[in-house]
Design a protein around this ligand. Structure first.
Ligand code: NAD
Ligand code: UDX
Length: 439
């Protein structure tokens, strides 16, 4: 099939590359001409494991190309996906749909007559109706169908998630559009991935409900972690104890510094806004967002408590600043409010991240950027693990104990056991485990 992907960001680029790998003919179109130019040189605009190889293979075999010119990119496409950003709208927290509507308006005039338009961007209920209205307004003769097909991939595991999804959700009442979408996803269906056909509004709501539910799981286990610290229990064992119950499930029960990233915070907020608009408030999600926001800054108090509450003049080494490992994405990363709070308390902050340094430099002021974990820790009073990159799982603790000014490790991802860290002479503070310093 001929597919055009509007937007070559995390979702558009990964989805486009995977579709081409299934054998479809794909053009990824992006209005950012610089991004398209670097993609055409084989340079990836994002860090995503396996993506460069996947793109190179499909470009090499002539199934994948990049363009910044809309008309040529849409060409004779049978399916046009919209995968542009839907960030939080400044000021009110609603999803900012200006990029989606602009894309709809732009494609309307160049769409082939029978094209199926698919919103892959995460969009509030009713957006598909508006996309359809815009296209019809611009192009009254178009026999276009607008489908909602939300994407559930995670950054850092995006290709695997795309190729082996737990499910595919396709929202449309249009029979022709359904059969076109079945053809698009046929290779995955053959792979036994379930396809759920719904109406468009149900598909739109499903995406927000999924993200908000996962965010709720994390916020819940984080509060249990706080309680575990007070009562002398181990949150990791509690998580296992509840997660082995199939009704609860083991995933997304890792306590930490609070959820971040380009999706959970903004999508939970957008769902709250939709709930308020329709006078059906999602109060649980409202609480989840509030609890999570407080938590990120509260992590700085956890660091301070290792020093009796005062870190003025102390040097703190922060390992990992991206919102999760295996990505360079800094959007809504927990490290941002944490580092600001450490600085507000008078600490000097040093930072190292395996791939996020370039992005981090655009975000942080007055921090010292270091080029490895040991140079970051040298002379510091505390080492704080904020993102669980693999390379932080096997730090040379002996070496660290000799180069740091004060042997304190605050492990916000529970990467280490207190025994192994304390054996090397450190004061250790994890999250929700015995001997942690409670904040
Ligand atoms: P992104 O910011 O990485 O990429 C968006 C791209 O769209 C940018 O490259 C931008 O230049 C381009 N763009 C904007 N307007 C355009 C236009 N009119 N024409 C052509 N290109 C245009 O965003 P993302 O992280 O890929 O997210 C895209 C959507 O997918 C969002 O709605 C997001 O919520 C959703 N989503 C994201 C993830 C994720 O892990 N990042 C996962 C699932 C769903
Ligand atoms: C999320 C959804 O998982 C994905 O389905 C959706 O398409 C996009 O949003 P992503 O944000 O890429 O994916 O990463 P995810 O692995 O979900 O992590 C999000 C945040 O939650 C990170 O800050 C992570 O550290 C945190 N998290 C996750 C926890 O704190 N504990 C957990 O158990 C899991």
């Amino acid at each position: 099939m001929h597919i055009t992907m509007i937007g070559a960001g995390y979702v558009g680029l990964v989805s486009g590359a995977c579709f081409s790998d299934f054998g479809h003919q794909v053009v990824c179109m992006d209005s950012n001409a610089e991004k398209v130019a670097s993609l055409n040189k084989g340079e990836m605009p994002i860090h995503e494991p396996g993506l460069a190889e996947l793109v190179a293979r499909n470009v090499g075999q002539g199934r994948l190309s990049f363009a910044s010119d809309l008309k040529s990119a849409v060409g004779e496409a049978e399916v046009v996906f919209i995968a542009v950003g839907t960030p939080s709208r400044r000021g009110d927290g609603h999803a900012d749909l200006s990029y989606v509507y602009a894309a709809a308006r732009e494609i309307a005039g160049v769409l082939p007559e029978q094209a199926v338009v698919v919103t892959k961007s995460t969009v509030p209920v009713g957006t598909g109706d508006e996309v359809e209205r815009i296209i019809r307004e611009e192009n009254p003769d178009a026999k276009v169908a607008v489908v909602s097909n939300p994407e559930f991939l995670r950054e850092g595991a995006a290709i695997r998630d795309f190729k082996h999804p737990d499910r595919i959700v396709i929202g449309t009442d249009d029979a022709r559009a359904r059969s076109v979408m079945a053809e698009v996803y046929r290779p995955l269906h053959l792979n036994a991935s379930p396809i759920l056909y719904t109406d468009r509004r149900t598909a739109e709501l499903t995406k927000y409900a999924a993200n908000s539910f996962l965010a709720t799981k994390i916020a819940f286990i984080n509060e249990i972690a706080d309680l575990a610290e007070k009562v002398g229990a181990n949150v990791q064992e509690v998580a296992r104890g509840i997660g082995l119950d199939n009704r609860i499930g083991q995933k997304f029960l890792h306590a930490g510094p609070g959820f971040g990233g380009s999706c959970f915070p903004k999508d939970a907020m957008a769902l709250i806004k939709t709930g308020q608009d329709y006078e059906a408030p999602v109060r649980i999600v409202e609480t989840v967002v509030a609890v999570n926001d407080q938590r990120k800054r509260a992590m700085a108090r956890k660091v301070a408590n290792a020093f009796g509450g005062n870190i003025r003049g102390k040097s703190i080494a922060v390992l990992g600043v991206t919102f999760k490992p295996d990505t360079d994405d800094m959007r809504d990363a927990p490290s941002i409010p944490l580092i600001t709070a450490l600085q507000d308390m008078g600490a000097e902050v040093r930072v190292f991240d395996p791939v996020g340094m370039e992005q981090a430099k655009k975000v942080f002021e007055n921090v010292t950027f270091c080029d490895n974990a040991y140079r970051c820790a040298k002379g510091c009073h505390a080492l704080v693990i904020v993102t669980e990159w693999e390379q932080f799982r096997a730090l040379d603790l002996k070496e660290l104990s000799t180069i740091m000014a004060c042997p304190v490790i605050v492990d916000l991802r529970n990467v280490y056991s207190s025994e192994e860290v304390e054996r090397n002479g450190f004061l250790y503070c994890g999250v929700g485990r015995p001997k942690s310093v409670a904040y």
